[in-house]
Ligand binder design. Structure first.
Ligand code: FMN
Length: 249
């Protein structure tokens, strides 16, 4: 009799445990299904949009990560490097009458170290050859912008674009803004550099950032005009150190 009672108790216990386990499992499954159904119902129309967004992000990331040069990104279809620069010779502040512009000297060093192509940004009008007249013209340009004399024809070939300019009135020269606005820098790596007479980059890093929509902007270089013009070794060292920090050499 005792054995029968123990057997019956064991059987009842098994049913009880099995019932509990099933109901717990059922609750979990039901609640997951409910979540999925609810989420699907709420975001059904967003699924296609989300898929597209992920595809776009995926291809942008792929473009930016291909051909990675020690931290500097470009894309495989656009693996060349360009140094685009604006620079004026003749009379310049602190350096007198010069044969080659200060920024052009830095542009040449960058091109030589990186194997980049060079493109000189020019306006459709000639700039005056005296510093005082240049001050006047550059002021007038702000409200009456010049046109580019020519544009880069193959910008799509370039994954990395250095953009060089003298600081004018604490800003980018208007013609450099025109050049940036006339090109599509999406998915490219853009790296600014300037020469100046004391202002450094003077906020132009952010100007370039806001003008080059969709580009990755790396830290720019500022070299004093007098250094570029009169101390080649120091200018070259500044460029070499900077390129090395960027991971390009
Ligand atoms: C119109 C004009 C405005 C300038 N404004 C500034 C300025 O705001 N801050 C500064 O540090 N240098 C200024 N400069 C000095 C130039 O940035 C500097 O001389 C530069 O190296 C010239 O380069 P480039 O020979 O390549 O044109 C100005 C020069 C000119 C002609």
């Amino acid at each position: 009799m005792k054995k029968i009672i123990i057997f019956l108790c064991t059987v009842m216990l098994c049913f009880a445990v099995s019932g509990c386990t099933d109901s717990t499992h059922e609750h979990t499954v039901q609640s997951s299904s409910a979540d999925i159904i609810e989420n699907s119902a709420n975001s059904g129309e967003n699924i296609a949009a989300e898929d597209t967004r992920r595809e776009n992000l995926g291809s942008a990331a792929a473009l930016l990560s291909e051909n990675n040069m020690e931290g500097v990104t470009d894309n495989s279809e656009a693996s060349k490097i360009l140094v685009a620069y604006f620079s004026l010779a003749d009379e310049q502040y602190e350096v007198g009458v010069i044969e080659k512009g200060n920024t052009e000297i830095i542009a040449e060093i960058i091109a030589e170290k990186t194997g980049a192509d060079m493109f000189r940004i020019t306006a459709d009008t000639n700039y005056p050859t005296t510093y005082e007249s240049l001050l006047d013209i550059s002021r007038q340009e702000k409200s009456n912008p010049p046109e580019l004399a020519e544009n880069v024809t193959n910008i799509a070939d370039y994954g990395i674009v250095f953009i060089g300019y003298p600081i004018w009135w604490g800003d980018l020269p208007t013609i450099v803004k025109m050049f940036i606005e006339s090109n599509d820098f999406s998915y490219k790596t853009v790296i600014p550099f300037c020469t100046h007479a004391g202002s450094g980059l003077s906020g132009t890093q952010s100007s370039v950032e806001s003008l080059c929509m969709g580009a990755e902007i790396r830290d720019g270089l500022a070299v004093r005009g007098t250094t570029a013009q009169n101390d080649y070794d120091a200018a070259e060292k500044a460029v070499t150190d900077w390129l090395s920090e960027l991971g390009i050499s």
